[in-house]
Design a protein around this ligand. Structure first.
Ligand SMILES: Cc1cc2nc3c(=O)[nH]c(=O)nc-3n(C[C@H](O)[C@H](O)[C@H](O)COP(=O)(O)OP(=O)(O)OC[C@H]3O[C@@H](n4cnc5c(N)ncnc54)[C@H](O)[C@@H]3O)c2cc1C
Length: 421
């Protein structure tokens, strides 16, 4: 990359997912006359709107509407290199690509997301996509989820499992359980079926306000809540799933259970090149300040999205609020101004409790509830407007606003009173 350091600033972005494209577009749009030489590195040919995977699996959305070609999303004036990053050398401001090329940068944005660890659950790799074993977490299998749900008959037994944290979209594993239950209800066979939501965690959701609302939703459908249950093995051909109880009275118990269908949340981790990288913690997550998104050790490096070690919920909604902070702080560094700590941990999870109903969970660090449209979509209600927002509003906002650098639309109400202490 050739650039004159005096008047042009080389910005490298690793990852062209929700975070990479949003930051690139926003930097272009809000460059304030600065010459920014922006390069995105990503080997993927397609960019997916992953939040729609849940509704594809639930039979409410077309898979073909979940993706665009990567090339079509690269903002005007930015470049795409269709290679993977294989190493970051923060001391020398250099990134190595999988083809061996090295790229220099003035500012680096690290956002390669999470990958699915198919080996995390023995047997999963061999059976995923057949034998009633499905997942909404990979575009290869979301449509199979809907096939599995449709194939359930009177007396069927279905499991919906959650992975150990961290994983993308903490609500997704149970959203599909509700959509499946709602489908069985509409067929009149829900009561004859046995449904389980199995999670290694101690409750329905990490934010107590929403956990309290979701328990009764599951109960109403008759979904059994198997807390502290970790899926440790799966045998697709025998249709058996093995769970270990990791806490509580039955701690240590191992249960082998039959299933007709099982929706699995695979274990997730950052891409391999981040493990052992000087910019990451021991678990392979990019170490950034949780409010400024600036690297804790290297000031010209920023991170956002799922690959960061910040304690927000890993959602595209979080990316939408992290991006303005990253963009402003890169500009502040260029102008010699102080770094701002403006990201407050916002995340959002439209919890699809039925076809046509959503509980719109929005919150910041500490679990404070911060709805964006509390009068239209009250956070304590299963809302039809919330559903329309999920299936029409949010995809439109994503493709036509967020990925175009207009990510500052609609602010959450930080002072909303949830009535809780
Ligand atoms: C089933 C499901 C449901 C979800 N539901 C919601 C929801 O309702 N609401 C919500 O807000 N969020 C939801 N999410 C989460 C949301 O999709 C992610 O949080 C968001 O996409 C994170 O953005 P990111 O840019 O960090 O990662 P991604 O969007 O995953 O992008 C990462 C990019 O980095 C690239 N990459 C990987 N390795 C390298 C490398 N070595 N070099 C260069 N590039 C690399 C990848 O090809 C990819 O393009 C859901 C996700 C799933 C899977």
């Amino acid at each position: 990359m050739v650039a004159n350091k005096q008047d042009s600033h080389r910005i490298l972005i690793i990852g062209g997912g929700s975070a990479g494209i949003t930051v690139a577009a926003s930097l272009r749009r809000h460059s304030d006359g600065k010459k920014l030489d922006i390069t995105i590195i990503d080997p993927a040919k397609r960019h997916y709107y992953q939040p729609a995977f849940t509704i594809v699996g639930g039979g409410c959305y077309k898979f073909d509407n979940t993706y665009r070609s990567m090339n079509s999303l690269i903002p005007k004036g930015a470049k795409l290199i269709s290679e993977g990053a294989s190493a970051i050398d923060p001391e020398n401001n250099q990134v190595t690509l999988s083809n061996g090329d090295k790229l220099d940068y003035d500012y680096l944005v690290v956002c390669p997301g999470l990958i699915l660890d198919w080996d995390g659950i023995p047997g999963l790799k061999e059976t995923i996509g057949k034998n009633g074993v499905c997942t909404n977490y990979s575009p290869d299998y979301t449509e199979y989820t809907w096939e599995c749900i449709q194939s359930l008959t009177s007396g069927s037994k279905a499991f919906f499992t959650q992975a150990p944290l961290p994983f993308k979209c903490p609500g997704a594993p149970q959203k599909i359980a509700y959509l499946a239950a709602d489908h069985l209800k509409s067929k009149g066979i829900l009561e004859s079926c046995e449904l389980h939501f199995a999670t290694p965690g101690p409750g329905m959701f990490g934010v107590p306000y929403f956990a309290k609302l979701l328990g009764p939703v599951a109960d109403k459908y008759g979904i059994q809540k198997d807390f502290h249950h970790k899926l440790i093995k799966i045998d697709g051909e025998a249709k058996k799933a093995t769970f270990e109880v990791i806490d509580g009275d039955a701690k240590g118990e191992v249960k082998e259970l039959d299933f007709d269908m099982i929706h699995v949340t695979p274990h997730q981790k950052t891409p391999d090149f981040l493990h052992g990288s000087p910019v990451c913690n021991d678990a392979g997550y990019v170490e950034v300040h949780k409010n400024s998104m600036q690297h804790v050790k290297y000031p010209n490096i920023f991170g956002l999205g799922d690959a960061c070690d910040t304690p927000n919920s890993k959602t595209a909604a979080a990316v939408r609020k992290q991006s303005p902070t990253v963009v402003q702080n890169i500009k502040n560094l260029i102008d010699g101004k102080p770094i701002e700590e403006t990201y407050l941990g916002y995340g959002s999870c439209p919890l699809t409790t039925a076809k046509g109903k959503v509980i719109m969970a929005e919150f910041i660090y500490g679990g404070k509830v911060t709805p964006t449209l509390p009068f239209l979509v009250p956070p304590n209600k299963q809302s039809w407007i919330g559903w329309m927002t999920k299936i029409i509003g949010l995809p439109m906002l994503y493709w036509y606003f967020m990925l175009k650098g207009y990510e500052k639309f609609l602010e959450p109400d930080l002072d909303w009173d949830s009535g809780e202490e």
